[in-house]
Ligand binder design. Structure first.
Ligand code: ZN
Length: 242
């Protein structure tokens, strides 16, 4: 059975619709969301409505928490802070209550999901290096953890001997005895130099994880950001995937 994992949508409705179209075309039965549905983009309510109707599980991201005053925006850059305040003002009461209710992680049959890191999810740490990943393997049981937050697809592969390998491969066959921490990339604001929307598909029978990229109407998302009066840098970066 196929499962799609989507993360860091960031109010980008055009990117979200594009990947949901692909997910439906692939006949994927279940979709889960790793957080940051809102923040940066122009359509926070529409993205939340779609995610709530499509996803079986959704967890809290730092921008979701910031939009409803549950985490400090002190460490946000000025564009992110502006977007968080704007997003908070746009959200319907129902969507605000929904965001406040989100958990910081969720467990499934074969894996766990968190937005940032499993040791302390609300600390919102960025997991990008083998050294920091090695410590994180102590904070979940089972062999597989999916995360988001950095907007960069990346896999940390821990062998039985304790060796860690970092991979940017998009096709991964999970090996017996190994443990994995996998970043699914970002739907709505990729930062790996590829502007296409990213998400992951997990084949639970074949034990295969695939990162997929999907083109979407970037110009439309950019125009919506500018029309909303959000900082232009948030529109510009979508062109570069940075
Ligand atoms: Zn994010």
């Amino acid at each position: 059975m196929l499962l799609a994992l989507i993360s860091d949508i960031h109010g980008n409705l055009q990117a979200l619709e594009a990947i949901l179209g692909r997910i439906e075309a692939m006949g994927i039965e279940e979709v889960v969301c790793l957080g940051d549905v809102v923040g940066y983009g122009a359509d926070p309510n529409a993205c939340l409505d779609r995610v709530r109707s499509v996803c079986t599980r959704v967890i809290m991201g730092n921008h979701d928490a910031a939009a409803v005053g549950m985490t400090s925006v002190e460490y946000f850059n000025s564009a992110a802070r502006t977007a968080a305040l704007w997003t908070g003002g746009q959200l319907s009461e129902e969507n605000k209550a929904y965001l406040r209710s989100l958990p910081y992680g969720a467990d499934f049959d074969r894996f766990r999901i968190v937005h940032a890191t499993p040791d302390d999810p609300p600390a919102w740490k960025y997991l990008l290096t083998a050294d920091s990943a090695l410590l994180q393997f102590d904070y979940f049981s089972g062999s597989l953890l999916f995360y988001g937050h950095t907007h960069v697809p990346l896999t940390f592969d821990l062998s039985e001997a304790g060796d860690i390998a970092v991979s940017e491969e998009y096709e991964l066959r999970l090996e017996e005895g190994h443990r994995y921490i996998i970043n699914t990339g970002s739907v709505g604001q990729p930062r790996d130099g590829d502007p296409r929307a990213a998400f992951a598909v997990f084949d639970r029978e074949k034990l295969r994880v695939t990162i997929l990229r999907e083109k979407y109407d970037i110009e439309l998302a950019q125009r919506a950001i500018l029309a909303a009066g959000l900082p232009p840098v948030l529109a510009d970066r979508l062109s570069y995937g940075s």
